[in-house]
Design a protein around this ligand. Sequence first.
Ligand code: PMP
Length: 428
Amino acid sequence: MKREQSAGLHEQAMDVILGGVNSPSRSFKAVGGGAPVTMERAQGAYFWDVDGNRYIDYLAAYGPIITGHAHPHITKAITEAAANGTLYGTPTPWEIQFATMIREAIPSMERIRFNNSGTEAVMTCIRVARAYTGRVKVMKFAGCYHGHSDLVLVAAGSGPSTLGIPDSAGIPQSIANEVITVPFNDIDAFREAIRVWGAETACILVEPIVGNFGIVEPKPGFLESVNQIAHEAGALVVYDEVITAFRFCYGGAQNLLGVEPDLTALGKIIGGGLPIGAYGGRREIMEQVAPLGPAYQAGTMAGNPASIRAGIACLEVLQQPGVYDEFERLGAILQEGIQESAAKHGVAVQVNRVKGALAVYFTDKPVYDYDTAQAADGEKFARFFQLILNEGICLAPSKYEAWFVTTAHTEADIRDTIAAVDRSFAAL
Ligand code: PMP
C-alpha cells in the first residue's frame, strides 16, 4: 500500500505542528516510527487517506464514533445547529433535553454539567469531591488514564499504594504527592491504601471497565468492595465513564454492572463526534458547584448547541432496538476469528472483550491489570500493526488501545478484517 502523500504531509506537518500531530497518541512512535496516515474522508466504517487508500476503521477516533462516521442523523443535527448559530453563551432548550436524556439513562447523575472534554469532566469531579469532603488526596488505579490534567497524569511505579510519581515533566512533585496509585482488581492493595491514606482521601477515581490498557473488566465484587471501603473511610467514588458510557449498554458501565458511584465523568460518545464532556452525581455533592456552591467551574463553549444536538442525535441512534445485541454479535465473531487465526499460526494472544470493544494482547497470560497488560509484547504488536495497516485495517498505534466495532460495521467488514488478521498473523 503506497502512502507517499501521507509521508509528504507528515514532513510538512512536522515543520509547523509540534511533532506533526495534535495528540501524541496519533504518532507512530510506539509502532516503529514513520509517518502516521493522514486521513481525508470518513464515511460509516471506512476511512480514506490522502493517497486514496481505504481502511476499515476500528480506531473510531479513540471511542466517540460509535455510530460510524458521518451518520446521517447526526450530520442533520449538526447542520441544523450550525444554521441556527453554533454558540449562544445562554441557556438553550437542547441542553435541558440532553441532560434529561442522560439522567434517565444514568440515574446516579442527579445533577449534570456539560463541559468540553473528558479531561475537564474528570478534573472538575476531583475539585467537587475535594470541596465536598474538605480533603486533598486522590486515589487512582495504575495504568488508568483520566485525561491530561496535572493530578491524574500520575501512574506511579509498580507495587501497591506507592505514592505518585509524575508521568510528565511540568507537574510539581507537590501535586503528585497527593495521588495514590493502586493496582486495578487488587482489593487487598486498595484496602491497605485506604487504611494508610483513607482519612485524607477525597475520592477514588475508577474506570469501571478499564479502557486504557486494552479492555479489562473488574473481577466479581471488586467495584462493590471499592465502594464500600471508600465510603466507610468517608471518601467519594468517581466513575470515569468517558470511554464506557453508552458503549456497552444504553447507560453507563455502572448500569451494566449494578454499582453506583457518587460522581460520574462523561465524554467521547455523548458528543456524537463533536467536543464535549459532562459530569454529574448526587445532588448534595453537585450543589458544591457555582452558582449554588463555592467550587468554581465554567466554560465559554460549555453546552454549545452543536455538540449538544450532535450528542442527542447520537443517543437517539443508540436507542434503536438491537444496537447493543449487534455489538455483542459482531464483537464475538471478531474475537473468535482472531483467536482461531492466532491458534492456527501459533501466535500467543489474549483477547479481552466487552460487547463491541476488544483488546488484543500479544501474550499467553491473562490480562487483568496494568502489569499484566504491560507484559504483552509491544514489538510484536508494532509489526502486526504495520502489517494489518497495509491490509487496510486501521487500529490505534498502541498496544494499549482497544478496537471499537461501530453500528456502521457489517458482518462482511468483520469477515474481511478476520481475513486480514489471518494474513498478518501468518506474516508475523
Ligand atoms: N478519561 C478516560 C477514561 C479517557 O479514556 C480519556 C481519553 N481517552 C479521558 C478521560 C480524557 O478525555 P479527553 O481526551 O476528551 O480530554
